[in-house]
Design a protein around this ligand. Structure first.
Ligand code: DAH
Length: 362
């Protein structure tokens, strides 16, 4: 039954609202608005709020006190309303109190409008930049990228490449041995990946194989005991030396500019026949001759040739049916040329001042 039809029980203003549950809820709504509007910016205001609403003589308590005068059948509903109101009033107090306490522990000296600390961004290593450029150019010609192990056995690094034990050409590629008999070593070139890919027998092969290689060399400004190479391999029916030349012409023009001149010099590698070394015109002195090109006007950039039939056979490929070309180039030298780096040791010293110069470089 609604309280609306009852007589007021006392003069207390509260009872006017209790004349009906509707009246009570209206009163509570308006008190809630009053609470919402109550601004608590400091501890004094917090205390006034507490006294006004939650204190022993506060509104919540006095409303509660009137409960005893509510008829029994309405007690439950009125109690619920008042309880909710109490929780509402207390929540605002707790929230404001927490806020003020946190503020007190904050450092008010800090100027929050200052710009934040810069987040350090890394940079690509110049060797990676150059490797990625090489990959990108060959990918445009349809070459894919293959990878192989740096710790290699003797067969893949030497014997299969037509460099049998006691072959004098092995002398030029002395390396570090992990184990003797059977010999496990740090690969001296990326040519081992040629063998691994050919042995898979999936033809045609059109791949480039970048990676790190090792040699037992004295470390100086020009040579190191580890460096990087990119190997190239193209095996199919009827691949000719003309294909080799056109592929490499395209590469150097994309890499060093359309005006670069190229020359092939006959050379010797046990795994190719015929073999050649490819030079490009020195861009530092415009082919006039400088200390970098040793006054020749030419810079040697890679070795190449037609894959030796014996190498094809070592990998189980029919050398009467298939032919192909291969090439191998170092990454350090063209990188040094491109960025004017004078000492190869800088690449691996991890000097942040050196590395930071390549932030944003392409
Ligand atoms: N592997 C040779 C080296 O490290 C470079 C090389 C020359 C690779 C001729 C080749 C090639 O694939 O055909 O000196």
């Amino acid at each position: 039954m609604s309280l609306a039809h009852r007589q007021p029980l006392t003069e207390n203003s509260f009872l006017r609202y209790l004349c009906g549950m509707n009246g009570l809820s209206e009163k509570i709504e308006s008190l809630k608005k009053e609470i919402d509007a109550f601004s608590i910016q400091n501890t004094q205001e917090l205390e006034s709020y507490r006294i006004h609403f939650l204190g022993t003589k506060g509104l919540v308590k006095s409303l509660m006190g009137e409960m005893k005068q509510v008829p029994a059948e309405d007690k439950r509903a009125a109690g619920q309303l008042l309880n909710e109101f109490k929780v509402f009033a207390e929540a605002k107090y707790d929230l404001a109190k927490d806020g003020l306490e946190n503020n007190e522990t904050q450092d008010n000296e800090t100027d929050w409008s200052l710009p934040g600390n810069e987040i350090a961004t890394g940079s690509r290593h110049p060797i990676s930049l150059m490797r990625n450029r090489i990959i990108e150019i060959f990918q445009r010609l349809g070459f894919s990228v293959a990878d192989g192990p740096e710790i290699e056995d003797d067969w893949h690094n030497f014997t299969a490449l037509n460099l049998p034990e006691d072959h004098p050409a092995r002398d030029m590629q002395d390396t570090f041995y992990i184990q003797q008999e059977p010999a496990i070593l740090l690969r001296t070139h990326t040519s081992n990946v040629q063998i691994r890919e050919m042995k898979k027998g999936k033809l045609p092969i059109r791949m480039i194989m970048p990676g790190r290689v090792y040699r037992n060399e004295t470390i100086s400004a020009r040579s190191h005991c580890f460096f990087h190479q990119v190997e190239g391999l193209y095996i199919d029916e009827q691949v000719s030396f003309a294909d080799l030349k056109q592929t490499l012409y395209f590469f150097v023009k994309e890499m060093f500019g359309q005006n670069v001149k190229v020359r092939f010099r006959p050379s010797y590698f046990p795994f190719t026949e015929p073999s050649a070394e490819m030079d490009i015109s020195c861009m530092l002195c415009d082919s006039k001759g400088c200390s970098v090109c040793k006054k020749t006007g030419w810079l040697e950039i890679l070795g190449c040739g037609m894959v030796h039939p014996k190498v094809l056979e070592n990998c189980g490929l029919d050398s009467n049916k298939y032919s192909g070309f291969a090439f191998g180039m170092g990454i350090e030298r063209p990188t040094m040329l491109k960025y004017g780096i004078k000492d190869i040791r800088l690449f691996s010293e991890n000097d942040i001042r050196f590395l930071q110069q390549f932030t944003g470089a392409y």
